[in-house]
Every structure is written in structure tokens, then in C-alpha cells.
Design a binder for this molecule. Sequence first.
Ligand SMILES: Cc1cc2nc3c(=O)[nH]c(=O)nc-3n(C[C@H](O)[C@H](O)[C@H](O)COP(=O)(O)O)c2cc1C
Length: 245
Amino acid sequence: MTFAQQKPLNIVAVSGGLNHPSKTESLVQAIIDELAQATPINVHFIKFSEIGSLLGGAIYRNQLPQRVQDDLAAVEAADALIVGTPVYRASFTGLFKHFFDFVEQTALVDVPVLLAASGGSDRHALVLEHQLRPLFSFFQAQTLPIGVYATDRDFNKDYRVESEQLQDRITLAIARALPVLEWAPAKGQRAEAVKTKTQDANQNLGINKQIEQAEVLPSAAVPNLDAAESRLHQNKTQSIKTQVA
Ligand SMILES: Cc1cc2nc3c(=O)[nH]c(=O)nc-3n(C[C@H](O)[C@H](O)[C@H](O)COP(=O)(O)O)c2cc1C
């Protein structure tokens, strides 16, 4: 069976752009369109131009409107993510971070994530590497090798991607993503596999409570963590013994 014949991948796209229209939203849409040409996908597109104002007042996840809770559940069950944010003060926006603060902390282990950002200045292109990549490394996600950064100059007056250079970068990012998506562990079946786990973890719990609860850690995706740690401690004990001898 070739990649193209497989079940569609469940892609969740997140645009942190608060405005409407939004360059970030157009950028993320252009990335979705490129991926859709290469392989069958189902897309759930979360737009902060729609949900941004619903996010700010919530401290715990169960205080969020149901719509945003459903978006979070979609992120946690995705086969792969495409995430984009405008650059605000040399980083992702506060609300973009606030949204991902609610994501269960083991839900994105090994999930491929394509990183994108739009900014006013070329000089902030490394926001992808210095801000977005570390955030998704925290989640132990598989950040894809090529991220896409756009500036105001890459869009026409209708906020559509205009520049050839940006389109080429998007094409390259998807070309480099495809082998990872092809071999991603879930291949279209992740949603079913994580549904129960995510539902259990999310039931009436805010993220702070989840972190406090031992059952959320360690991740099921790292089954040998305990074994690895005990080997590490054993080696340490041995080397102390050797020093003493
Ligand atoms: C509060 C604020 C802070 C910003 N800070 C930066 C910045 O530090 N670096 C940068 O390159 N652009 C910055 N910009 C410009 C936006 O990142 C840029 O216009 C972006 O494309 C807007 O995306 P949107 O159309 O999706 O809202 C800032 C814009 C705002 C409103």
C-alpha cells in the first residue's frame, strides 16, 4: 500500500493570528493546501481570530467554553499539527502559549509538528528556532525539520501568500515533512488510540491539577523510562564505589 492510498491523516492546524484577516491564518492555510496536494488529509483548523477572546479569562481547562475544550481535544488526538503564530515582542503571542499551556503534557509525544510564524521583520525569523521549537520539544513532539517564516511583504493586499520565495519554502517544508508523516507511528489512527486516555486525563481537571497527579506521568510512549533511570543510578552508584575503592 502506498502512502497515498492510506487513511487520511488527521491534521490539526492552529493559527495564533488574532486579527481578521490574518497573515498567519493565510500562511497556515497555504501550508495546509500544499500538504493536501501531496496526501489525503482531514483538517481541523483552529483560528485564534475566532477563539482568541474566549481564552484569556480561563485559568483551568474546565473554565474554557466547550468549543475551546473540543479544540484542545482535537490537538491532543491529531496525527500531526501545523502551528503558526504572529511574532509579538520577538516570540509567540501570549494567547498562543496560554492555549498550549492547557494541552495535556504527554499528549504530543512523537507527534510531528510543522512550525510557522509571520512577523513584520526579517530579523525575527529565528523565532521558529528559539521560541517555537523549544516549546514543542518540551512536549517531546517531533518538530519537523523545515519551518516557514513569512513577513508582511510576502502577502498581497488581500492577505494571500504572494511571494514565490515563500511558496517555494512551503513546498520544501512539506517535501521534508512527508517522509516523517509517512512513518509517523499513528498514520491516521492516533485519534482512536488516545481518545480514552485524553478523556480520562481531561475529566474535570485543569492542567495544573494534571501535572500534580502522578498518573499523568511518565508517558506511556516512553515505556522504558524507569528501566533507563535505574540503569543510570546503578552506574552512578558503581562509579562512586570505584572512586572510594
Ligand atoms: C503587539 C505586537 C507586537 C509585534 N511584535 C513584533 C516583533 O517583535 N517582531 C516582528 O517581526 N513583528 C512584530 N509584530 C508584527 C506582526 O508579527 C506581524 O504584522 C504579523 O504578520 C501579524 O500577523 P496577523 O496578520 O496574523 O495578525 C508585532 C505586532 C503586534 C500587534
